[in-house]
Write a protein that binds this ligand. Sequence first.
Ligand code: ADP
Ligand code: MG
Length: 312
Amino acid sequence: MGEFDLIRRFFQRPAPAGVDVGVGDDCAVLAPTPGQRWLVSSDMLVEGRHFLSTVDPARLGHKALAVNLSDLAACGATPRGFTLALALPRADEAWLAGFAGGLLALADAHGCPLVGGDTTQGPLNLCITVFGEAPAGQALLRSGARVGDEIWVSGTLGDARLALEVFRGSVALDGAGFAAVREAMERPTPRLALGQALRGLATSAIDVSDGLLGDLGHVLAASGVGARLDVDALPRSAVLASQPVALRHLCGLAGGDDYELVFTAPPGARLPDVGVALTRIGVIEAEPGLRVVDGRGEAVAHGLQSFDHFSS
Ligand code: ADP
Ligand code: MG
């Protein structure tokens, strides 16, 4: 199977409405919606860094797009399409069928067609660029948090990190518990409906990819504010809730790979019900920095940091 057969077989499909030209020419041609702005984001997944070589290809396809859609969700965007740059060691048909299946199922679920890309031979590496739209001036940004705003998070935090600790051999779980947290790690759900529903309501938003402490820290820095965070209020799965406190704090505060949305909203804001739990976890304060407290308001010394590819 040559390069062009591979593209035709696994990645080329008829262009849907709104895409004048998709896979097959030198550029994709997309029709912008009047009054909307483009929102564009890229995320790369590198074998050994972001995923294990043994991961199921359909799950890898799902996750590669999910982490990108999560960035659109964090900005309140509606997906319009994506490109896929793919380096593959070899053209393994079973692997490609699984990968494309997982990828395109999630794309279809969110009306986000694959409109182009690049395919080369090399160490397994995936780079997706997503294109979305939001009404001019309404994208959710990191910079809008105001003193007195409440801090909210969707879903639960920490399961993906708990699964990683199991893979690393530092934690043991029973079969059902491991299956549940592994699902969170390998099949994250991008919170697109929530992000879109928060436009005009949330003052700031970010998705939790590197860990709550660091990602919330980005919001505080961009907004020029500080915060108080109640670690006992963090929403956790039953599996994580049954773990020792140090592990709960590690996974919840510094875990990463959660792809939940953290956002700020003024007290009393009427938050949307899109079928995902929302939990209030803190408040924005004028004093810079992030103060982690327990349920009684006592300072918690956690000594944790979020993930940073280049920290030593
Ligand atoms: P070019 O030589 O102009 O760079 P390519 O030969 O790389 O184009 O790709 C041919 C067509 O296939 C283009 O439309 C490109 O966008 C698309 N394409 C290549 N790889 C992928 C991929 N992995 N997924 C989707 N579309 C792809
Ligand atoms: Mg070309």
